[in-house]
Design a protein around this ligand. Structure first.
Ligand SMILES: CSC[C@@H](O)[C@@H](O)C(=O)COP(=O)(O)O
Ligand SMILES: [Zn+2]
Length: 190
């Protein structure tokens, strides 16, 4: 995903759900180049996204967005969450702030939909407060839509595991790019 330009600079973050009772996630450490992660660049967090005691690497801080990962894991039952700064998602969210409508495309099957379905990816306002962002996500949540766009920021996608979350992220990029191009925003897909 870094190689596709979706994690430029130190942007983006990833998590895997380790347990649900109590909720525990392995989340990427903050401020790192996500294209150069090693096995020690992971922090275990609780349901609020706070690091739990006795970390293997106590110098690492969890992702600034760990609280939203935990909220998505709790509400959506996600096994893994991917956050990327994907240009097509952010431009689509800017163009359609009420939600990005994806319809009648074979690639929708990559998100567990039928090719003739209509899927609206919600757009929520950006916030630096993960509780505010989490509340906005939860208000927009639809169990059949495993993604949310954070306006002028990026995209969150989830799945049963990281591979499914990545596949869904790849399909969404194609769907956003197609939808933008079909509506005259050719430059985004150039
Ligand atoms: C280019 S900085 C972007 C960050 O502010 C944030 O949005 C992000 O995606 C990465 O934060 P991180 O704390 O490294 O997980
Ligand atoms: Zn981000």
């Amino acid at each position: 995903m870094a190689g596709l330009g979706w994690m430029r600079g130190t942007s983006g973050n990833l998590s895997v759900t380790l347990g649900r009772d109590p909720l525990r996630l392995a989340v990427t450490a903050s401020g790192l180049d996500k294209g150069e992660l090693s096995a020690s660049d992971v922090v275990v967090v609780d349901e609020a996204g706070a690091a739990v005691p006795d970390q293997p690497n106590p110098d690492q801080r969890p992702s600034a967005e760990a609280g939203l990962h935990a909220r998505i894991a709790a509400v959506a039952g996600a096994g893994a969450v991917v956050h990327v700064h994907m240009l097509s998602a952010v431009v689509a969210g800017q163009r359609w702030p009420e939600g990005v409508v994806l319809r009648d495309l074979e690639m929708l099957k990559g998100l567990g939909r039928r090719d003739d379905d209509v899927m609206t990816v919600p757009v929520v306002p950006n916030s630096q407060d993960m509780r505010v962002l989490g509340d906005a996500f939860e208000a927009s949540f639809d169990a059949a839509t495993p993604a949310v766009i954070v306006a002028r920021h990026g995209l969150y996608v989830w799945g049963r595991d990281l591979v499914q979350a990545r596949h869904r992220t790849e399909c969404l990029d194609w769907l956003f790019r197609f939808t933008l191009a079909a509506n005259g925003f050719q430059e985004v897909v150039a």
